[in-house]
Design a protein around this ligand. Structure first.
Ligand code: C2E
Ligand code: MG
Ligand code: MG
Ligand code: MG
Length: 283
């Protein structure tokens, strides 16, 4: 992998460049142009409240529609966007777009929804991050409690004073915070006391074989119980089957997200869903 980054470092041909680094370079060049060319889109995946089966919000998931390559999955370009710093403008765009869309649906008369936006560590560490969030709220007119920021444990467990300060300022602003992919990061849980987060999103790797793997079933049961004791909502990610759903309901999980209800979809399709006021059948 080439060590040179940014500037014109990539603009000359290196004969010893292997195929993989050529592909990376190609991807980076296209990624740099994608924002200007309007190739990004936000998909929305419903978040379901298990107490009544209603859709209470949605997660924003960025999609890149390249004119020749078609839809590129975030798993393929987010890591490179993070390495190159491009995640900052891309992430800011997703944040603003998500706030504008959520406000638009409110103004169209749909009941208030919470939009949940993934925030990369690189974005969170920006000095003006709280300012960026404030601007997204002001420019869209969205109420702060209709925005949730999804951060990872690796950000939250960091004990640096400015992280604590940023978390406090975000709380003061009134936005919600959830911990994404919970259980896959560092195991220190002391931050759960330090920052009062709203939701723990239990990673889908634990949910996948919840009905066949007793260890994962035990972990999920314990995480749900722990979140209840701490008065934090538990949300299970990647719920695909009725069996998984039944298990989660039995354990008292608060919320779910997954193909069992719906895949992420473009804004017009999500709007049809809330128009029908679709509920998940919960017995
Ligand atoms: P994530 O934040 O954990 O998002 C959930 C991922 O699980 C999404 O993948 C979603 O499509 C997928 N998923 C949801 N339900 C199911 C299910 O029932 N089964 C399976 N197999 N998968 C399910 P997606 O959209 O490909 O995004 C992957 C990751 O890329 C996200 O994981 C997030 O870490 C990152 N990402 C996506 N959009 C953004 C963004 O705007 N900014 C940043 N920083 N990261 C993003
Ligand atoms: Mg997420
Ligand atoms: Mg996740
Ligand atoms: Mg994630």
């Amino acid at each position: 992998r080439s060590k040179e980054k940014g500037g014109n470092a990539y603009h000359y041909y290196k004969p010893d460049m292997n195929k993989r680094s050529m592909q990376r370079l190609n991807l980076e060049i296209h990624l740099r142009k994608a924002l200007k060319r309007g190739e990004f889109d936000v998909y929305y995946q419903p978040l379901v409240d298990l107490s009544n089966g209603a859709v209470f919000g949605m997660e924003s998931l960025v999609r890149w529609r390249h004119p020749e390559w078609g839809l590129v999955s975030p798993a393929e370009f987010i890591p490179l966007a993070e390495e190159t710093g491009l995640i900052v403008p891309i992430g800011n765009w997703v944040l603003k777009q998500s706030c504008l869309q959520n406000k638009a649906w409110l103004q169209m008369g749909y009941s208030p929804l919470i939009v949940s936006v993934n925030i990369s560590a690189i974005q969170f560490h920006q000095q003006n991050f709280v300012q960026i969030v404030t601007e997204a709220l002001e420019e869209s007119g969205l109420a702060p409690d209709q925005l949730c920021l999804e951060i990872t444990e690796n950000i939250a467990m960091n004990n640096l004073p400015y992280i604590t300060e940023t978390m406090q300022r975000l709380r003061a602003l009134g936005v919600r915070i959830s911990i994404d992919d919970f259980g896959t990061g560092y195991s220190s849980l002391s931050y759960l006391k330090r920052f009062r987060v709203h939701t723990l999103k239990i990673d889908q790797s634990f949910i996948r074989d919840i009905t066949s793997d007793e260890d994962n079933a035990a972990i999920v049961t314990a995480l749900i119980a722990m979140s209840h004791r701490l008065k934090i909502k538990s949300l299970a990610e990647g719920v695909e089957t009725k069996e998984q759903l039944d298990f989660l309901i039995t354990q008292g999980c608060d919320e779910i997200q997954g193909y069992v209800f719906s895949k992420p979809m473009p804004a017009p399709d999500f709007e049809l869903l809330i128009k029908e006021n679709k509920h998940l059948y919960v017995n």
